[in-house]
Write a new protein. Structure first.
Length: 297
């Protein structure tokens, strides 16, 4: 918000958490400055636009939109919404950053449920344009339009779910892929590292440029996606029959996959990074190149 010229109030009940947040913001801005995405003046103005406070009433004074970022828990989020409604204007939009909870449930005890919606940004939010907007049963269409216009104005790429769905669009797609990644490791088909290599150097390269439907459209040549699916149909149905359909995590998988990831990180090239911080830097530099190619920077 602040990067796009908006005065921004950052609230938390813990002053230490606010200090940590400001340091993270400064670190991210420093990276964008070093990559020549923002100027030194823009860096300074962005910091000046951010006001931190532990006073919720002060944080919500005269705000147009509230971006709620509480834990992924219905009870907690309902409490946060009630607290927000105690101080903000009834015309303010309350946008939850939930990764996949139902807005109808979050807004269940709200005084003005028509102004509550989901606006799920994708990490790292300072770079990735996607914002998934989802409405509850009582969210007004007008407020959805206002939210879409708001995020477009700050150069985000909002998409609106036609129906409420747990996990929204991106996380449902991501978890469908990840469930099969888990399944293949558990069945001994491949290692943790080989899963990542297969994604990174195969379909992941294409997904960074276009979605699956356009990929199959090109794959079908003159026959388009219709031809591609008709040609692949019988084989793919056999693959689907052999894929995972479990609904709970395999016992002990978190420990096993952590060991696999630790080994993978140890043997990565120095260029691509061996620690969380180094790999995040490698990711962010790559994202900037992709966003430039997409014309988003």
């Amino acid at each position: 918000f602040a990067m796009k010229g908006l005065e921004t109030n950052l609230f938390d009940i813990d002053e230490e958490k606010l200090d940590q947040a400001v340091q993270i913001i400064k670190r991210n801005l420093k990276f964008l400055y070093e990559e020549r995405i923002i100027t030194d003046r823009e860096f300074k103005l962005c910091i000046e636009r951010i006001t931190t406070t532990t006073d919720l009433e002060k944080a919500l004074k005269d705000v147009v939109l509230v971006q709620e970022n509480g834990p992924e828990n219905y009870e907690v989020k309902r409490k946060i919404v009630k607290d927000i409604e105690s101080f903000c204007s009834k015309d303010s939009i309350i946008a939850s950053s939930t990764s996949g909870l139902l807005i109808t449930e979050i807004a269940k005890d709200a005084n003005y449920p028509e102004r509550i919606l989901g606006a799920h940004p994708y990490n790292p939010v300072q770079l990735i344009p996607l914002v998934e907007i989802t409405k509850g049963e009582l969210t007004s269409d007008l407020n959805v339009v206002k939210a879409v216009d708001f995020y477009k104005a700050i150069d985000k790429e909002p998409i609106v779910l036609r129906k409420e769905a747990l996990g929204f669009i991106s996380n449902r797609l991501a978890m469908a892929l990840y469930r099969e990644a888990v399944e293949m490791v558990e069945r001994g088909i491949c290692t943790v590292e080989e899963v990542d290599k297969a994604c990174c150097f195969g379909p992941g390269l294409r997904y960074a440029l276009m979605g699956p439907n356009l990929i199959y459209q090109l794959g079908g040549g003159n026959y388009g996606i219709r031809g591609a699916l008709t040609h692949m149909g019988p084989s793919v149905e056999q693959w689907w029959a052999d894929m995972a359909d479990w609904k709970t995590w395999p016992d002990g998988y978190a420990e096993r996959v952590q060991q696999g990831v630790n080994e993978e990180m140890e043997y990565r090239s120095k260029f691509s990074g061996n620690t969380n911080e180094e790999i995040a830097m490698f990711r962010d530099k790559g994202l900037i190149m992709l966003l430039k190619y997409h014309g988003k920077i």
